[in-house]
Design a protein around this ligand. Structure first.
Ligand SMILES: N[C@@H](CCC(=O)N[C@@H](CS)C(=O)NCC(=O)O)C(=O)O
Length: 227
């Protein structure tokens, strides 16, 4: 399988299927296509005209849209527990993954993913505060009703699943922008950031030569992503 992705510093959608497959030990090749460069559109169009990254290619199947890629992986690797096994947990995992896919535009707009930087805490406005409160509510519900009682691990539903992959770029945003959170949320964030797959992604991002307009411009960094 091959996964076409944007550059790792900024491509939040690409991180989702990438960390899902790495985290579950599913082998794939990657094709990194830097965002906002002249080569981006022709290289993406060679996979599927007009689409965005990430794009998964598996033989004669080409799949784009992060949720569809995750569902394809779930069907292709039924032994991997891409979604939680329990119906109630799986349904809630899908609900919150879909809520992520369709929403949280306040946070996404004001705090673009940047896994190379950390910025000081500051008031980032009501829309960001509203999204962070909603995300904290959803994570707390998953962790307390499904994750912790399962005893299977530190993730939203115990073991690492597609729900964690969907929220991985949210974890990085809360960290990058030093957004204050409750201890339960911080310990979940630390578990995601400590995953070997995430550490590998972040290390590659640090070595990338490209920058985009919002980087370095809006506010000064207070240090690297991992101090
Ligand atoms: N809904 C899509 C969003 C993908 C997306 O917006 N990808 C960005 C990079 S993170 C992209 O390809 N942007 C370039 C463009 O829109 O032309 C998904 O879930 O995969």
């Amino acid at each position: 399988m091959k996964l076409a992705i944007g550059n790792k510093a900024y491509s939040s959608w690409s991180l989702r299927p990438w960390i899902l497959m790495k985290g579950l030990g599913i082998a794939f090749e990657e094709d990194l296509i830097p965002l906002d460069t002249p080569e981006f559109r022709p290289r993406v169009n060679a996979y599927h005209a007009g689409s965005t990254v990430p794009i998964l290619v598996d033989g004669d199947m080409t799949v784009w849209e992060s949720i569809a890629i995750m569902d394809y992986i779930a069907e292709r690797f039924p032994d991997k527990a891409v979604w939680p096994k329990d119906l109630k947990a799986r349904t809630f995992a899908r609900v919150i993954a879909n809520e992520m896919h369709a929403g949280f535009r306040g946070l996404r707009g004001a705090c673009p993913m940047n896994v190379r930087k950390r910025y000081a805490a500051m008031d980032r406005g009501d829309l960001v505060a509203k999204d962070v409160a909603r995300i904290s509510h959803l994570w707390t519900k998953a962790l307390t009703e499904f994750g912790k009682p399962s005893g299977a691990g530190p993730f939203l539903f115990g073991a690492f699943t597609a729900a964690d992959a969907m929220f991985a770029p949210v974890v990085t945003r809360l960290h990058t922008y030093s957004i204050p959170v409750e201890p339960l949320i911080r310990s979940y964030m630390d578990a995601v950031l400590a995953m070997p797959a995430f550490v590998e992604w972040q290390k590659s991002a640090m070595a990338e030569p490209w920058t985009v307009a919002h980087d370095e411009v809006e506010e000064p960094s207070i240090g690297p992503f991992f101090a």
